[in-house]
Design a protein around this ligand. Structure first.
Ligand code: FAD
Length: 464
């Protein structure tokens, strides 16, 4: 390698490698780690890996929970975290974000100018990894997925060439990268639009588990409203943990354009009316504060996984999810330090239309198929002996939710990559047309299939 790499016994190797979001990735030991701080070095690394037919891992913020998404046993890992930079253009209309950045620094840099952008809700997550998987933002109601807002990707292809992908230059690659993840090259920079932003309204309200049906009803009404508020954003979580004393219902509520703490925004009033309330952090705060707060709810290096599906709204189905959840977790409640949650997030018809209006992406969601509700299952636990049964329980619960949705004619094909487990068929969920398109784009920009065969992490196109 002509670019310096950290070998296993080098100072700093262990620290760098043991810094993923989950233990599953920390437990993998690559042969070496390259930390390029320039785009030219990324290109050289790719050229040399192609030349040697070497397998590589590509690591951004390291927050994909499942094993091997961004780390690779006994192989080279290209760790993008040294390629940093958040630059606002002179007109202050666009921010360029380098591949090593996380959302926290992006928002802090923009806040200094009174600006924000469409990005992740948790400061510690990698900016480019999240965007390449679609990306849900506090501002998705108005703008669609994070990937829809990108105006340019700078990419190192398998040839080592550094290219731009935007509406006019390599437009097919541009479309493919909006949800196509690491299948086409290593992205070294993205450009996103900025907008002025003051304080947000938001925070969390905590309720007993028995409040869940009220929250589910509010969610159903919200997501099916003919005129959903584009500035509102919410997550409904139902969780169980022995250490919390059993079940809790938690609402995370946000609004980008509302100025009084009490009363909150009218569009969220059915949620804020839910009683009893055990706790509330509703307030006005900056995007930097809210995303840092969200970041403080999880720690690195634990046993923590994501699984997902999408359903269409139906009150009985949503209420019934609680019973499916209770039944599923009963046999595993003895697992040490288990906290098991199911999180429901609305994708309004308006959000999905705005996504379609922004231009084609890889996700293959028909513009008029919404609204959807994203279902995220998130177990956290502490002992490796429980891994298998917790994974199986989570997959079974996903299957049970899918079956219940199918029985009501409320199933949705799309799987949100950023919350998917490694065995879930994410690219397939984009639909045949999108899959064929992505394969064609791969054939054009990576004819030997390097990013298919030699970059095994992530969700692949299934062509080699
Ligand atoms: C605490 C937490 C909060 C989250 N919040 C949100 C949220 O608000 N919205 C949302 O949409 N998702 C969210 N996610 C999911 C998150 O977006 C995904 O896990 C995402 O893949 C993380 O990106 P990363 O760069 O941190 O991770 P990595 O695991 O480093 O990368 C993710 C994937 O992208 C590839 N990749 C990374 N960088 C590049 C690059 N430069 N070029 C090519 N491929 C690359 C990697 O190979 C890997 O397969 C959250 C996850 C966690 C753990």
């Amino acid at each position: 390698m002509t670019v310096a790499t950290l070998q296993r016994n080098a100072t700093g190797f262990k620290e760098r490698n043991k810094s993923y979001f989950t233990a599953f990735n920390n437990d993998i030991t690559p042969s070496s780690i390259a930390c390029p701080e320039s785009v030219d070095k990324v290109a050289r690394l790719v050229r040399e890996a192609v030349h040697c037919n070497a397998e590589i891992g590509v690591r951004g913020g390291g927050h994909t929970p499942w094993k091997g998404a961004a780390n690779l046993e006994d192989r080279l890992v290209i760790d993008m975290r040294n390629l940093t930079g958040v630059t606002v253009n002179t007109e202050k209309s666009t921010v360029s974000i380098r591949a090593g950045e996380r959302w926290g620094n992006v928002y802090e840099t923009l806040a200094a100018e009174g600006l924000a952008t469409i990005g992740g809700r948790v400061s510690r997550v990698g900016a480019i990894g999240l965007t390449l998987g679609g990306g849900l933002s506090y501002f998705s109601g108005r703008h669609g997925f994070v990937c829809d807002a990108v105006s340019n990707f700078e990419v190192v292809l398998a040839s080592g060439e550094i290219v731009n992908a935007n509406k006019t230059t390599n437009p097919d690659l541009f479309t493919a990268l909006k949800g196509g993840s690491n299948n086409f090259g290593i992205v070294t920079k993205i450009d996103l639009p900025t907008f002025p932003l003051g304080k947000l309204w938001g925070g969390m309200t905590v309720h007993p588990g028995t409040s869940y049906p009220d929250a589910a009803r509010a969610l159903k009404n919200y997501v099916t409203s003919p005129t959903p508020d584009p500035d509102a954003h919410l997550l409904l979580s139902m969780g169980w943990a022995a250490m919390m004393g059993g079940e809790l219902t938690v609402l995370s509520l946000y609004h980008a354009n509302h100025s009084t703490v009490e009363p909150g925004p009218a569009s969220l009033s059915e949620f804020t009316a839910i009683q009893p309330r055990l706790n509330s952090s509703l307030r006005e705060a900056s995007l930097v504060e809210f995303t840092a707060e969200q970041s403080s709810f999880s720690v690195d290096g634990g046993r923590n996984l994501y699984f997902t599906t999408s359903i269409k709204p139906d009150l009985d189905l949503l209420v019934g999810v609680q019973e499916l959840f209770r039944k599923a977790i009963e046999p595993i409640q003895g697992c040490k330090d288990l906290a098991f949650s199911i999180v429901l997030q609305p994708m309004t018809a308006q959000m999905l239309r705005r996504s379609a209006e922004a231009g084609q992406n890889a996700l293959g969601i028909p513009a008029d198929d919404g609204p959807y509700i994203n279902v995220l299952i998130n177990p956290v636990w502490s002992e490796s002996k429980d891994d298998e049964k917790i994974v199986q329980t989570s997959l079974d619960l996903i299957e049970a939710v899918d079956k219940a949705a199918e029985a009501k004619g409320k199933a949705a094909r799309y799987r949100f990559m950023n919350y998917s487990y490694g065995s879930q068929k994410v690219i397939e969920s984009y639909g045949d047309e999108s899959v064929q398109f992505l394969r064609d784009v791969s054939g054009k920009y990576d004819p030997e299939g390097f990013f298919q065969k030699n970059v095994p992490g992530g969700f692949k196109l299934g062509i080699h």
